[in-house]
Design a protein around this ligand. Structure first.
Ligand code: G1P
Ligand code: ZN
Length: 544
């Protein structure tokens, strides 16, 4: 087996987005495309000779081929060992768990998260650092810089490795260790949650749950944990076999894409609890019987009930949420007397807060919740957290959330996505709002008066790094907010995200449909941004 150095030339489009590099499969299949990016990752790291790399992905189309390429490149570049998930499978939170548990140098995760998979859909790759979390911007900037000047990459000329059989083999001087994809992660979950109590809930005959894995990576994890370990009846996990194209579906756990689960949970014979996770297992959606829990509310409820869960019984150091996430968690933090941090969109911004012990729970409105147990958001962790609370409180999901609103007031919240907008039109819309920003403060729209209008900028309280232009915020004097952002994960044109939030302390109004409660703000957003005009769309493609 010899190390080959192959000549290449740069691709101009390898800038990592909100969560790694995501492109269509056909782009990744161009000769040298994946290799260039992987070499750019290695070129921007120092001191990994002889060290361990963790490798795995969500099982989408091209996962297995990419694993083989990366193994041979890791060997040629001097890694000592690669721990690869069996069959190339590792959920994002499991990869984070394994990096941390074994003190690995870092990890490469192959996923385009909730984007569809298959030969005509998307693929993705992201690098995680030694704390188990997504590479911070200084690392992704270095990777991008490297990708623009790359002239060669290294790979070992060797046959493919058998990644389906557990155990160790050698690739040149490097050890390839094929590991069980689930066991380390399951052990971590057992250390945090009261499995005996959850088992009792799931086997007492009066409680039913449904977990929709959307034919994505959490299938094997959910089968092992809910059915095998916790005793839930077979069939509790649906769409539990990972498929390369996710069965043709869109592996995004929201009310639109998890439609089978939603139909079941809002139907006549609905189970007590429903949940779904995304392509790579880091997102979650929580449903009660005919009841949807917004991710923002979910974070707040988990925080308010954390002391009921063994892993968090000593309380929380702080809570962190992304800027567009509702302020429901802030109210819990205020009552608990702990700090609440507001960060830009993307899990990487939570890493420093978690490492510094400033935050214990983190959440994003985009169906992401997690804690300091790993450095990624974690879908099944959130499901287990809810099950633990349900097992202790013996109330329904709806009762728990309604009682939460009674105590803290309700933050009405919704996100409207306009997908696949022509890029230039989307940027024109942003420019149009920017042009108005200096004159918005003090302006009234019906009953609403603008309190501030700015472009969110974040100064990391740990390392002082500044991230600018993280979304346009328009705040009103009553605490309501409208936020506009362009997605950093889409692969077709641009995606405009409009986030809407208002606060309602009056219990008599808590039953309102959020789209009704937010009706005035939706109209104001249209007035300020001329969304229909710029996007050419009459209504959003997805409302959550
Ligand atoms: C989206 C979500 C964001 C999340 C990211 C990765 O990014 O909005 O909260 O961290 O996916 O899962 P966006 O497409 O908005 O840039
Ligand atoms: Zn994901």
């Amino acid at each position: 087996m010899s190390i080959q150095t192959l000549a290449t030339s740069p691709f101009a489009d390898q800038k990592p987005g909100t969560s790694g590099l995501r492109k269509s499969v056909s782009i990744f299949q161009q000769p040298h495309y994946l290799e260039n990016f992987v070499q750019a990752i290695f070129n921007s790291l120092e001191g990994f000779q002889g060290k361990t790399l963790v490798l795995g992905g969500d099982g989408r189309y091209y996962n297995r081929e990419a694993v083989q390429i990366i193994l041979k490149m890791a060997a040629a570049n001097g890694f000592g060992r690669v721990k690869v998930g069996q069959g190339g499978i590792l959920s994002t939170p499991a990869a984070s768990c394994i990096i941390r548990k074994y003190g690995a140098f870092g990890g490469i995760i192959l996923s385009a998260s909730h984007n569809p998979g298959g030969p005509n859909a998307d693929f993705g790759i992201k690098y995680n650092i030694g704390n188990g979390g997504p590479a911070p911007e200084k690392v992704t900037d270095a990777i991008f810089a490297n990708s623009k000047t790359i002239t060669e990459y290294k790979q070992l000329a060797a046959p493919d490795v058998d990644i389906d059989r557990l155990g160790e083999s050698r690739l040149g001087d490097m050890v390839v260790e094929v590991i069980d994809s689930v066991s380390d992660y399951q052990a971590l979950m057992e250390s945090l949650f009261d499995f005996d109590r959850i088992q009792h809930l799931l086997t007492n005959g009066s409680f039913r749950m449904c977990m929709d894995s959307l034919h994505a990576v959490t299938g094997p994890y959910a089968h092992a944990i809910f059915e095998k370990r916790l005793g839930a009846p077979a069939g509790t996990v649906i769409h539990g076999v990972p498929l390369e194209d996710f069965g043709g579906g869109h592996p995004d756990p929201n009310l639109v894409y998890a439609h089978d689960l939603v139909e079941l949970m809002f139907g006549p014979d609905a189970p007590d609890f429903g949940a779904a996770s995304d392509g790579d297992g880091d997102r979650n959606m929580i449903l009660g019987q005919r009841f949807f829990v917004t991710p923002s509310d979910s974070l707040a409820v988990l925080a308010a009930n954390a002391k009921l869960v063994p892993g968090y019984k000593d309380g929380l150091a702080g809570i962190a949420r992304s800027m567009p996430t509702s302020a429901a968690a802030d109210r819990v933090a205020a009552r608990l007397g702990i700090d609440c941090y507001e960060t830009p969109t993307g899990w990487k911004f939570f890493g420093n807060l978690l490492d510094a012990g400033k935050a214990t729970l983190c959440g994003e409105e985009s169906f992401g919740t997690g804690s300091n147990h790993v450095r990624e958001k974690d879908g099944l962790w959130a499901v287990l957290f809810w099950l633990n609370i349900l097992a202790v409180r013996q109330e329904s999901v709806e009762q728990i959330v309604r009682e939460h609103w009674q105590t803290y007031g309700r933050n009405f919240y919704s996100r409207h996505d306009y997908e696949a907008v022509q890029s230039d039109r989307a940027h024109a819309l942003v420019d149009y709002i920017h042009a108005q920003m200096p004159s918005l403060k003090g302006k009234t729209f019906g009953a609403y008066t603008v309190d501030y209008a700015d472009d969110f900028s974040y100064t990391d309280p740990v390392d002082g790094s500044v991230s600018k232009n993280q979304g346009i915020r328009i705040g009103f004097t009553d605490g309501s907010r409208i936020v506009f952002r362009l997605s950093g994960t889409g692969t077709q044109g641009a995606t405009l995200r409009l986030y809407l939030e208002s606060y309602e302390p009056n219990i008599a109004k808590h039953h309102l449909d959020p789209q009704v409660a937010l009706g005035d703000l939706i109209a104001i957003a249209e007035e300020i941004a001329q969304i229909k005009h710029y996007t050419g769309m009459e209504k959003p493609t997805v409302i959550t």
